[in-house]
Design a binder for this molecule. Structure first.
Ligand SMILES: Cc1cc2nc3c(=O)[nH]c(=O)nc-3n(C[C@H](O)[C@H](O)[C@H](O)COP(=O)(O)OP(=O)(O)OC[C@H]3O[C@@H](n4cnc5c(N)ncnc54)[C@H](O)[C@@H]3O)c2cc1C
Length: 366
């Protein structure tokens, strides 16, 4: 495995791994550790900007789907996966940024890195995310990531901030007239026990411009944006430190996921905007399904075709859900927001049942 960045701990925000992704972690023997280091999410609850409860979904996930949904720090997940790979004697190389790929007949496939070094093998799997360099090899002049017009802010606040509120193990989220806010416990560590995120229309301001701001300026921006939102949103914003700014990107459907001996998986193949909370679980599923198919020992091209045939319909359905969900976080008129909130209240129970297929998927049984 060749990774562009140095090995580092403690980087990234919080995320939720859904039951379908937890099945993969269970297969790797890592589910219990991630439950211990993270926090089981007992439901996903929705509120209006003024704090009116709109509904609650994703209850009893473990009973219904065999695994719970688990909130965790991205850094903890990364650390556990890397440790597991090291223990299995996998060769991990850091600070190796792929520049280009050479795939000549009758020779090994070669990955060339920006430091001038290279590595060769029988095939190459591109798991290099939304900005994938491998994608440019598989589909030269293919689709590029585009900005969805929403911008994300996120980070952690201490557990003590929520310990006296009735949030319990719920993930609480709020639809504003413009934008969206969410928070929930994600770790037993007192310092970073609560993850939070804010999604807002970017209004033409690039993520880079926000990243150039000081933490005080970012906090003030969030205070202004979420002014008047129900408690504890203002308290979380006031306590926020090390605020991370993220673009909200999407990539159009790719015409193919492979070319000769190279295959794309995860966000490189089907970048998923964050609004379905499924991108990381899908990437875990991909890795496991590909591993299983490769073990069957069929010819490489056929394995890649079978992988795409099996995975594409599910991935594209989830990408479409994420796009649809993102639309409810844009800017509404006061009347539009009122109608949206009432529709949500009426439709949430029905639409939640309609999402069970996402969580019910067990990649071990597929
Ligand atoms: C704000 C936000 C919140 C999210 N929340 C959730 C959530 O709650 N639940 C969920 O399931 N998903 C969530 N997602 C989506 C999820 O993060 C992604 O779908 C997931 O990380 C994709 O995994 P991946 O392994 O395909 O790519 P990545 O996680 O992006 O990993 C790609 C890796 O490749 C490396 N790399 C990139 N280019 C090169 C190169 N040229 N050479 C070598 N290495 C390279 C990168 O450094 C990185 O380590 C969220 C996304 C965002 C932005």
């Amino acid at each position: 495995m060749y990774e562009a960045w140095p090995y580092a701990k403690g980087i990234g925000g919080g995320l939720q791994i859904a039951p379908n992704g937890m099945h993969v972690l269970a297969e790797l023997g890592l589910a219990d550790e991630m439950i211990r280091r993270g926090s089981i999410a007992e439901s996903f609850d929705f509120y209006s900007q003024s704090g009116r409860r709109l509904g609650s979904i994703n209850r009893n996930m473990k009973a219904r789907f065999g695994q719970p949904a688990v909130n965790m720090c991205r850094a903890a997940l990364n650390e556990v996966l890397v440790d597991k790979a090291w223990c299995a004697n996998a060769a991990l190389h850091f600070e190796k940024r792929l520049a280009h790929i050479e795939d000549r007949a009758d020779q090994p496939i070669v990955a060339h890195f920006t430091d001038g070094s290279s590595a060769e093998g029988d095939f190459l799997i591109g798991a290099d995310g939304v900005h994938s360099a491998v994608r440019a090899h598989v589909i030269p002049d293919g689709p590029k990531p585009f900005d969805t017009g929403l911008i994300g802010f996120g980070g952690f606040v201490p557990r003590s901030l929520l310990e006296n509120t009735p949030v319990g193990q719920r993930v609480e989220t709020t639809f504003g007239q413009s934008g969206f806010f969410g928070y929930g416990f994600c770790s037993s560590n007192p310092a970073d026990g609560v993850m939070w995120w804010s999604t807002q229309p970017a209004h033409g301001v690039a993520a880079a411009d926000f990243r150039a701001m000081s933490q005080d300026q970012l906090r003030q921006h969030l205070r202004d944006f979420h002014a008047g939102w129900h408690d504890p949103v203002p308290q979380i914003v006031d306590a926020a430190e090390n605020i991370v700014v993220t673009d909200t990107l999407d990539v159009a459907t790719l015409p193919t996921w492979s070319r000769k001996r190279t295959l794309l998986i995860g966000d490189a193949a089907h970048a998923t905007s964050p609004h379905a909370g499924q991108g990381a679980s899908l990437a875990l599923e991909d890795a496991m399904r590909l591993g299983r198919l490769m073990r069957d020992g069929q010819e490489l091209g056929l394995t890649f075709q079978n992988f795409e045939h099996e995975r594409r319909p599910r991935a594209e359905k989830i990408v479409a859900v994420a796009r649809r969900n993102g639309n409810s976080k844009r800017e509404f008129s006061a009347t539009g927001a009122w109608i949206r909130d009432h529709m949500l209240k009426l439709l949430l129970p029905v639409s939640a049942r309609g999402m069970d297929w996402m969580y019910a998927y067990d990649p071990r049984a597929a």
